[in-house]
Design a protein around this ligand. Sequence first.
Ligand SMILES: [Zn+2]
Length: 57
Amino acid sequence: MINKLLMNGNCPICKTRIKIDTEEYATYKAKPVRIYKLKDKVESKCPGCKKIIVDEK
Ligand SMILES: [Zn+2]
C-alpha cells in the first residue's frame, strides 16, 4: 500500500507536517529521505508514524 503525501505537505496517516514548499525549494522534515534520480519522486519516513510516505508529481 502506498501512502501519498497530502497536498498541504502533511502525512496522510498522522497529519505530521513533512514537506514545506516555497517557490524556490522544498524542505522535508523527515529522515531518511530517498530521492529518485530518474523520476520526480521522493520517499520519506514520517517522523510521527514511521511510515514511508511517497511524494510524486
Ligand atoms: Zn505520519
